[in-house]
Design a protein around this ligand. Structure first.
Ligand SMILES: [Zn+2]
Length: 228
């Protein structure tokens, strides 16, 4: 997001060294007495199995209490193949399964923005995404290239190199382009909500970046995780 070389920063190096030397959590799981691997809610140690159960329960109870999604509503899930949206996709797929407690009731559609014209190596990711969504999870999949609906004489790579002068501007343009395409897919497929796999770290980075770019009062509008 920013262009400062973090590797040269003394504070960054100190934090990195501290993280590498961090010892494993030497506490027992609060639920089953196995060795804990994570501490949640400040002081509750949990093993992997108990943490997964806790996390899935939290996800479903939060959604069901909020009544965000109506029964049978068409909802578009933005999937990039990265860890956050993969976790989101699996949480939703699990919640939609017939045997799930507090079963989710909406219809899930999945959107993937194909960035292979910018990053040729991402063709492999696209193939894996197609296999996962279509064959294993069996949700409708909508793949749209990042060059979609552009003037035939220009591709997105050209626009990026010709019209932006900094890495920050390029990242912002790519982010906005992807969001625009996701909205287009949602409208075309009659999906009334769009879910993206943002996490707290991404949102924090986005807020700081937006503030640094002087967006002021619009910062709050840039960080909505469920778009209706
Ligand atoms: Zn446990």
């Amino acid at each position: 997001m920013c262009q400062i070389n973090e590797e040269d920063d003394e504070a960054f190096q100190a934090l990195k060294a501290a993280a590498e030397n961090k010892t494993a959590i030497s506490r027992k799981c609060m639920s089953c007495d196995q060795d804990a691997c994570v501490v949640v809610r400040i002081a509750d140690p949990m093993c992997r199995k108990c943490f997964e159960e806790f996390f899935i329960h939290k996800f479903r109870s939060t959604l069901s209490k909020s009544n965000v999604f109506g029964r049978g509503e068409r909802v578009l899930i933005a999937y990039s193949g990265g860890p956050s949206s993969t976790a989101l996709l699996h949480l939703i797929a699990d919640g939609l399964s017939v045997n799930a407690r507090r079963r989710l009731q909406f219809q899930a559609h999945v959107a993937y923005i194909d960035e292979s014209s910018l990053y040729p190596e991402s063709i492999d990711i696209r193939d894996k995404v197609t296999d996962l969504i279509t064959n294993r999870l069996q949700h409708p999949l909508h793949i749209v290239p990042i060059d979609d609906n552009l003037d035939k004489d220009h591709d997105f790579q050209q626009i990026l190199t010709q019209r932006t002068k900094s890495l920050t501007a390029r990242e912002e343009l790519v982010r906005r382009r992807k969001l625009k395409l996701l909205f287009d897919i949602a409208i075309r497929e009659n999906c009334t909500k769009l879910i993206t796999g943002d996490n707290c770290t991404k949102l924090a980075a986005q807020i700081l970046s937006d503030m640094a770019q002087g967006k002021g009062a619009h910062v709050a509008l840039e960080c909505v995780r469920i778009h209706s």
